[in-house]
Design a protein around this ligand. Structure first.
Ligand code: DHB
Ligand code: FE
Length: 279
């Protein structure tokens, strides 16, 4: 049986990609952010995942405003990184796991979700940067299943719906017959707003509430409406939905391994949360 070994939530700000390419990890601006990662890398090296199921949002690379699936699951043998327009370095490609992807899609449909299945898919900064932060030398043989959630064009799925999506993915993983160590990840956020009158908006108090609830009682986050999340976290801070979805997949005893929080990286409150799932 496959088991979920744990969870990593992290921000995915595009400029991190350029900072990595230019080796700015020790630079005064970047250091408090990058200093969060050695501890997380030590932990992923210890739990040695075979598979990463990564919840993120596509920023107009696969899906633009003309066609916007609420939930899309990758079912491709390989996923290439591509840049939707930030001028970012390319971090290569990732080995897929179509059989596990289809197993997850079947469970989702069984549970009355209607995901778009993607047998071809490219992945943007929201996928590639978090993996580069955790595996600077590349993910190698580790296989990936990307799950894209629409956090871009309203109407967005509710926090409650996203948590349930993650729970369904968790059931799919639990019923996979072969032994696999699975890491779930959620990327984006935390609070940020890139445009409009509140551009630059950050809400440390709400971010701390989110981090604490993600550890101990994720259901508490399902009480917020999407409008309330926009209000509290910013128009792009709703990317916390990816973190909530990923957290839904955990079903064991949760131990917080590590967290880091630093304001700002670009326009974003950058956060990192590592949880171990003891089955
Ligand atoms: C920024 C943050 C994001 O999550 C993103 O997708 C793009 C830009 C930023 O803070 O610059
Ligand atoms: Fe984003």
């Amino acid at each position: 049986m496959a088991q979920i070994v744990g969870y990593v939530g992290t921000s995915h700000v595009p400029s991190i990609g350029n900072a990595i390419a230019r080796n700015l990890q020790e630079d005064a601006y970047w250091k408090p952010f990058f200093d969060g990662f050695p501890e997380a890398r030590k932990w992923v090296d210890k739990v040695r995942p075979d598979v990463i199921v990564l919840f993120y949002n596509d920023h107009g690379l696969n899906f633009f405003l003309d066609k916007m699936p609420t939930f899309a699951v990758g079912a491709a043998p390989r996923y290439a990184n591509a840049d939707e327009g930030w001028g970012l370095p390319n971090f290569g490609s990732y080995r897929g796991y179509p059989e596990l992807s289809w197993h997850i899609i079947e469970q989702l449909v069984e549970d009355e979700f209607d995901p778009v299945s993607c047998q071809e898919m490219v992945v943007d900064h929201a996928f590639a940067i978090p993996l580069k932060l955790l595996w600077p030398e590349g993910t190698g043989d580790i296989r990936v299943v990307p799950i894209a959630i629409n956090t871009v064009q309203h109407p967005l799925p509710s926090a409650r719906r996203c948590l349930k999506l993650g729970q369904s993915v968790g059931r799919a993983i639990a019923s996979w017959p072969e032994h696999l160590n699975v890491l779930v990840m959620g990327t984006g956020g935390l609070s940020h707003q890139l445009d409009g009158q509140r551009a630059g908006f950050i809400n440390r108090t709400f971010d701390e509430i989110c981090l604490n609830k993600l550890v101990a009682e994720p259901e508490a986050l399902t009480g917020y409406t999407t409008t309330e999340l926009v209000d509290l976290a910013g128009t792009q801070g709703v990317e916390v939905l990816n973190w909530i979805a990923a957290r839904g997949a955990l079903d064991g005893h949760i131990r917080e391994v590590h967290r880091n929080y630093h304001v700002p990286i670009s326009n974003t409150a950058a956060a990192l949360l590592v949880l171990e799932n003891q089955v």
